[in-house]
Design a protein around this ligand. Structure first.
Ligand code: ADP
Ligand code: TRP
Length: 327
């Protein structure tokens, strides 16, 4: 049973990404054979600054490792380090109906806004299908927004199998629990696109500044406050024990506590909670060879499996291996 997922390095990871996705991926490692990759080919559809993309890719690797992704339990690799994935993309593209891609939301949303879309964005779901099918993946943990892409993956796999025989394993989405939507500093869902994020590895001073700027209502200090209606408390719950949560909620309800105090409690809890990861990240950043080895090893594992499945697909559709002796 293989679990596979990918995450785009399009910005530094924020608390929403961590609690809504990364933490849950990491919890799955070890139970099954796990592959996790940094979807840098996908990121190229939005990031056009090479220096920025290079930095974000490395940051993503350091962040994931520091947050607990364990290379002994899960292969971690850059998507672009597996050339088999782009070759498979082409094979899949030849059986993908245009209509299927026209329905996909990334492209549709852009088109609806009248923005120009390129072929990379249009065919994004086919690359994603290749990411998944290349390794006989069984389970794909993703956020709700990606479920449509898993359905496309299944449709494309079925079509290929129908034409050429049972080549691909049909993957299943495992939808991540995002019931606890992490609010941003303005109270809306935390998201890069809203500019309301708090990053996991925010430097301490900036972390404090962002927390102190979280939007709250104007209830005077002396009056009781409703913890459940306050984003500071919602965020505090992500880090605090049940006892700590009850203690702070009681203080909200009793009155006499200003939001500044709740923000200070949140700052301390968040800072302490990410302190070990921050220390691990510093160690890793000081040892780039180690990180490079981890990624190279992950890519080797991915390529070994990928070459096997690509050969199966190529053989099935008439690009048999005897004519491909160079591989
Ligand atoms: P952004 O909205 O900042 O662009 P992404 O769409 O790149 O974030 O998110 C990657 C994953 O992180 C998503 O699959 C989603 O499950 C999770 N995620 C993002 N923001 C939140 C949030 N505010 N609360 C819970 N989960 C989130
Ligand atoms: N498109 C996904 C996202 O934006 C990232 C991704 C690329 C992915 N390929 C994948 C996720 C394959 C799961 C499986 O979140």
């Amino acid at each position: 049973m293989r679990v596979l997922s990918g995450i785009q390095p399009t910005g530094r990871f924020h608390w929403g990404n961590y609690f809504g996705a990364i933490r849950q991926y990491i919890a799955l490692q070890g139970n099954e054979q796990a592959f996790f990759f940094i979807a840098d080919l996908h990121a190229l559809t939005t990031i056009r600054d090479p220096k920025q993309l290079l930095e974000l890719r490395i940051d993503a690797a350091l962040d994931l490792l520091a947050l607990g992704l364990n290379p002994a339990k899960a292969a971690l690799y850059f998507q672009s380090d597996v050339p088999e994935v782009t070759e498979l993309t082409w094979l899949l593209m030849t059986v993908t109906p245009l209509g299927l891609l026209e329905k996909c939301h990334a492209y549709k949303d852009k088109k609806a806004k009248g923005l120009p879309a390129d072929a990379g964005l249009f065919t994004y779901p086919v690359l994603m299908a290749a990411d998944i099918l290349l390794y006989d993946s069984d389970i794909v943990p993703v956020g709700v927004d990606q479920v449509q892409h898993i359905e496309v993956t299944r449709d494309v796999a079925l079509k290929f199998n129908h034409l050429f025989g049972e080549v691909f394993v049909l993957p299943e989405a495992r939808v991540l629990d995002d019931s606890a939507k992490v609010p941003g500093t303005d109270g809306e869902k935390m998201s890069k696109s809203y500019g309301n994020t708090i990053d996991v590895f925010e430097p301490e001073k900036k972390l404090r500044k962002k927390i102190m700027a979280i939007k709250t209502d104007s209830t005077p200090v002396e009056l009781p406050k409703d913890p459940e209606a306050c984003s500071v408390f919602t965020l505090y719950k992500l880090f605090a024990t049940v006892e700590q949560q009850t203690a702070l909620a009681d203080r909200y309800r009793a009155g006499g506590m200003g939001y500044g105090e709740a923000k200070q409690a949140l700052f301390e809890a968040a800072n302490a909670s990410f302190a070990p990861a921050r220390a691990r990240r510093e160690e890793l950043a000081a040892d780039p060879d180690k990180v490079r080895d981890i990624l190279a090893d992950g890519a080797r594992q991915a390529r070994a499996k990928g070459a096997e499945v690509l050969a199966r697909a190529s053989d099935a559709c008439g690009l048999a291996r005897w004519s491909r002796a160079v591989r």
